[in-house]
Design a protein around this ligand. Structure first.
Ligand SMILES: NC(=O)c1ccc[n+]([C@@H]2O[C@H](COP(=O)([O-])OP(=O)(O)OC[C@H]3O[C@@H](n4cnc5c(N)ncnc54)[C@H](O)[C@@H]3O)[C@@H](O)[C@H]2O)c1
Length: 458
């Protein structure tokens, strides 16, 4: 079959894999190849056991794979053939040198730019899919266009707004697709070509075009605003616990104001995930480097509030379990950073688990999809932690259970059965406010929600 366009995506992770699967599914006239330096990941994409869990992903991959969707480790061949190259490699927080702990580590990003240049014999459209500091496209264009061969590249920014756990819906029916380019005739033509691709399934009015800097900065801004809402409601949850106000009632009352809206007002043990913290810190670093100290401090507080909320959750556990958890078995329900994903990056459950281990608790972790990642994340703690896919076994003999991920399955467990198998007094710390607290209290549990008055027998 002949294809009208050939697309390559460098980076077969949580963004590259699902995004390209949807493009291939919706655009049978386009040939899509996804490459990665991680062979194990590519092998998994080519198997029946995909490397990431995302509801609905399996079906889409199965429909398109081998037809117009291919996964390969041959980055060079992929670059040679491609008309459009999406770059979706990881851009973690820099762990060393200038800007360590805040700035984005652009080493993977720059390597791909040099690789694209090395294997190209004609101009291409290069699309930033990764989240990058504002003005990265300028550096990318400088590397790509400083070749002595007269090859010209157009660098676009097309940040990805998908959320893990709902990635397929977010990709198939996005609120918007944003494409930024240089505002030259060549830049605008390139962004129109990518806009046309999305317009195959996304209504035109939802495809937003902008200058490249606005597109880059919009992604950082979106994550900063989303995280800020979570830190704001979490800050209020602490106040609710002191004043007998109820955070769900407060969230509902303010969420009905159309200027505020109901989304992202669920108080919890804190936000996690690979993006919010790193992108805000990146924004903080950018603001600092432009001498905007107050802007940097303003956004940094969103991250500080989140760290405080996680630490506060563990302090509540300790304070109510007679100031010691040493030697006590504690079941941690959920290790993924949110429900419907196996991703554990920056998961609040990790902070909670490590804090409990530091207090010498015997932690048992259970999770429907994230145990493999949890084992890797906690390999340094040895037998200070146990893993059990069965929540009932995890809770057996425990003094407390802590709900750290909002998996739907935890709402419908038989808590009477769990209570009967636990040490007494038995405690529930609901870090996601998903359980029926009154019913748990009536079973006999001491119940500690977030942002609500605890229900205690002791
Ligand atoms: N995860 C999310 O929810 C999400 C949402 C929107 C945007 N983003 C952004 O998208 C980017 C990717 O995130 P992710 O979660 O998919 O990361 P990821 O770690 O899951 O995947 C990145 C992949 O890139 C590969 N890679 C790195 N260098 C490479 C190279 N030189 N050649 C080929 N492959 C290479 C890695 O092996 C890895 O498999 C980040 O910038 C992130 O901020 C992530």
């Amino acid at each position: 079959m002949s294809f009208s366009t050939r697309i390559l995506c460098i980076g077969a992770g949580h963004v590259g894999g699902p995004t390209m699967a949807v493009i291939a599914d919706r655009c049978p006239h386009v040939r899509v190849t996804v490459t990665d330096i991680n062979k194990q990941r590519i092998d998994a994409w080519n198997s029946n056991d995909l490397p990431i869990y995302e509801p609905g992903l399996d079906e889409v991959v199965k429909r398109a794979r081998g037809r117009n969707l291919f996964f390969s480790t041959d980055v060079a061949a992929g670059i040679r053939e491609a008309d459009i190259v999406f770059v979706s490699v990881n851009t973690p927080t820099k762990a060393f040198g200038e800007g360590a702990g805040r700035a984005a580590d652009l080493q993977y990003w720059e390597k791909t730019a040099r690789e694209i240049l090395a294997h190209s014999d004609r101009g291409k459209i290069v699309v930033e899919k990764s989240t990058l500091p504002v003005r990265t496209a300028a550096a990318m264009a400088r590397i790509l266009n400083s070749n002595g061969r007269g090859i010209r590249f157009q660098v676009l920014s097309n940040p990805e707004f998908l959320a893990e756990g709902t990635a397929m819906r977010d990709l198939e029916q996005p609120d918007r697709v944003l494409i930024g380019s240089e505002e030259t005739p060549e830049g605008i033509a390139a962004r129109r070509a990518v806009a046309d691709l999305y317009a195959t399934w996304v209504p035109r009015e939802r495809v937003i075009e902008s200058n490249v800097w606005s597109a880059e900065l919009s992604k950082l801004t979106a994550n900063a605003f989303l995280a800020q809402r979570l830190s704001s409601i979490n800050a209020m949850s602490a106040l609710c616990e002191r004043t007998e106000a109820d955070i769900d009632e407060v969230a509902y009352a303010i969420g009905t104001d159309s200027r505020i809206g109901p989304k992202f007002l669920k108080a919890s043990v804190g936000f996690g995930g690979s993006c919010f913290k790193k992108d805000i810190l990146n924004l903080v670093y950018i603001a600092q480097s432009y001498g905007l100290r107050e802007v940097a401090e303003y956004w940094e507080a969103v991250v500080r509030m989140n760290e405080w909320q996680q630490a506060r959750f563990v302090r509540t556990m300790l304070a109510n379990m007679f100031n010691t958890v040493a030697g006590k078995r504690i079941a941690v329900l959920g290790f993924a950073f949110k429900a419907d994903t196996g991703d554990t990056r920056e998961s609040p459950a990790m902070t909670v688990t490590r804090a409990l281990i530091a207090e010498r608790a015997r932690v048992v972790i259970t999770d429907p999809k994230a145990l493999a990642n949890a084992r890797v994340d906690l390999q340094d703690v040895g037998d200070a932690v146990e893993f059990d896919a069965d929540p009932y076994r995890a809770a057996q003999g425990a003094h407390a259970i802590a709900v750290t991920t909002e998996w739907a399955v935890y709402k419908t467990l038989d808590y009477k059965r769990i209570y009967d198998a636990m040490e007494k007094p038995a405690f529930v710390f609901d870090g996601r406010n998903i359980l029926d607290h009154r019913a748990l209290f009536e079973i006999g549990f001491n119940v500690f929600p977030i942002g609500k008055t605890p229900l205690k027998h002791v």
